[in-house]
Design a binder for this molecule. Sequence first.
Ligand SMILES: C[S@@+](CC[C@H](N)C(=O)[O-])C[C@H]1O[C@@H](n2cnc3c(N)ncnc32)[C@H](O)[C@@H]1O
Length: 302
Amino acid sequence: MEQDWLPNDLHRAFETEGTTAYCVLPHPDWRVERFGADILASCKWAPPWEIVPEILSRMEAAEVAVERIFVRDLPRNPSERDAPQQTYGNTDLPPEGWAVEAGLRYHLDFLAGYSAGFFLDQRANRARVKSLAPKSLLNCFSYTCSFSVVAATTGAATTSVDLSKKSLMRGAGNFDANAIPREGQTFIADDVLEVLPRLARRGEKFGVIILDPPTFSRGAKGRPFQVERDMATLFQLSLELAAPKASILLSTNCTALRTKELEVLARQELKHARKGASIQWGARLDDLPTDQAARTLWVDLK
Ligand SMILES: C[S@@+](CC[C@H](N)C(=O)[O-])C[C@H]1O[C@@H](n2cnc3c(N)ncnc32)[C@H](O)[C@@H]1O
C-alpha cells in the first residue's frame, strides 16, 4: 500500500496551531483521518487486518500515539453507507471522541452513523470565518454547527439551520464544549428553503452566510432538494439576507458541480440581482487534494 502519507513536519505544523484533526492519508480508495488518539479509516477494498498494522507503523513513525482505530467501508453509492466498526483498541470505552481544530473542540460519535460529526475539508473555510469575524452568521445545513462555533468565538450572533434536530442538539453541545454561552445563538430545525424566505420577510441580515447543502435530500414536507437544481435558488435567497459587504460561502460535495460551475452560477445570480462582488475559490488544504475536498467559493459583496 504505497501511498503518500502526511509528512512528519506537517503533523508537527498542525499540532503547533492547536489542530489534531486532519487527514494523514488522502487517497480516493483509502483515506485515513486522525482525531487526537483516534483514527478513522475509510476504505473501498482493504480488510482491517491489512490496514491496522500499516496505520500503527506509520503513526509510530510520525510520533502520533494511537489508542483506537475505527474502519468504515467507502461505498460507491451513498445509500449503502454504514457506521464504522472499531477494529483496534479498548472497545469498553464509549465510542466518542473529539475533533480539535485551532484550539476548538467538536464532539464525535464514531458509531452514530457514517459521519462522526465533523468535516475536515472545511478547515480553511472555518479559518476564513474566524478572520472575517462577522457580527452575525447564518449557517445553512449547519449539521453539528462547526461554522457557528467558530463565528461565536469572535462574538457573532449565529443562526444555525438544519432539518435534523439531533444534529442541532449536537451543535449546541459543541458550543458548551467550548464554553460559549448559548444566549444570542439560534438553532432552527427546519427546511432551509422554508426558513430563508421567512428570515427575509422579517428583514433579517447577516454578515456571513454559509451554504453547504448535501447533494440530495428530502425536505421537511417531503420536498426533494437537489443541489444542482437548487443551489441557484439558495444563493438568490441568501443575497436577500446579506448585510452590506457580506461574505457568502457556496460549498458542495456533488461531483457533477465543479468550482467553475459554482462561479458561473454565482456570477449569473449577482448580475440578476445587480450586485457587485469579488469571488474567490476556497483555499487549498495541506492534507487533502482538491479532488477529495468539497468544492467551495467565497462571494464577497461590495
Ligand atoms: C453536508 S452536511 C453539512 C455540513 C456542515 N456544513 C459542516 O461543515 O459540518 C448537510 C446537512 O444538511 C442537512 N439538510 C439536508 N437537507 C436539508 C434541508 N432541506 N434543510 C435543512 N437542512 C438540511 C442534513 O441534516 C445535514 O446535517
